[in-house]
Design a protein around this ligand. Sequence first.
Ligand SMILES: CC(C)(COP(=O)(O)OP(=O)(O)OC[C@H]1O[C@@H](n2cnc3c(N)ncnc32)[C@H](O)[C@@H]1OP(=O)(O)O)[C@@H](O)C(=O)NCCC(=O)NCCS
Length: 158
Amino acid sequence: MVTKIKQIEGLEVGPMTEDDLDEVMQIERMSFRVPWTPGMFRQDLSFPLARCLAARLGSAGKKRLAGYILCWFIADEVHVTNIAVRRDIRQQGVATLLLQQALCQARREQMRYCTLEVRVSNEAAKGFYQKLGFESRGIRPKYYSDNNEDAMIMWLDL
Ligand SMILES: CC(C)(COP(=O)(O)OP(=O)(O)OC[C@H]1O[C@@H](n2cnc3c(N)ncnc32)[C@H](O)[C@@H]1OP(=O)(O)O)[C@@H](O)C(=O)NCCC(=O)NCCS
């Protein structure tokens, strides 16, 4: 199913495919200190428990990738493994639409809660998750091996 919101004209969310990978990698590399590799995205695209959604912007035939979300649906838990939005269109509701779509799918599949880890220094992402109703449920010390940064565990009951 494709969903539209009114904040950005022409924004749609649908399944991510291999055809999105070049644009996914552009966003990924500008968004993270330790970006995923194309192989990691390919693994998730073929992993039966993964759900991979892409937001696209523009008119038919000239669509551009706006952002993406990847989650694992395991037992009754959704774990968000990756979410990013193209830098020049942040704070316009793209990530909100992506996460809401993933959570709609989670509720349809009777998931009970959603969890994720976020760098303690990532104020934008922490603000984003809090706005969507997530709460902090603890710290994983030195979770990120590139700089030994702690992760905050975020949690949402569905
Ligand atoms: C985190 C991220 C995905 C948010 O995407 P986005 O499309 O800009 O988010 P939205 O526009 O849906 O924001 C919704 C709310 O989140 C909060 N938020 C988003 N960006 C924020 C920022 N830079 N500072 C503070 N709060 C922010 C705000 O409450 C915002 O609501 P508002 O615009 O009404 O104030 C985006 O900043 C990003 O791609 N960051 C790099 C990758 C990343 O850190 N991913 C998360 C890893 S855990």
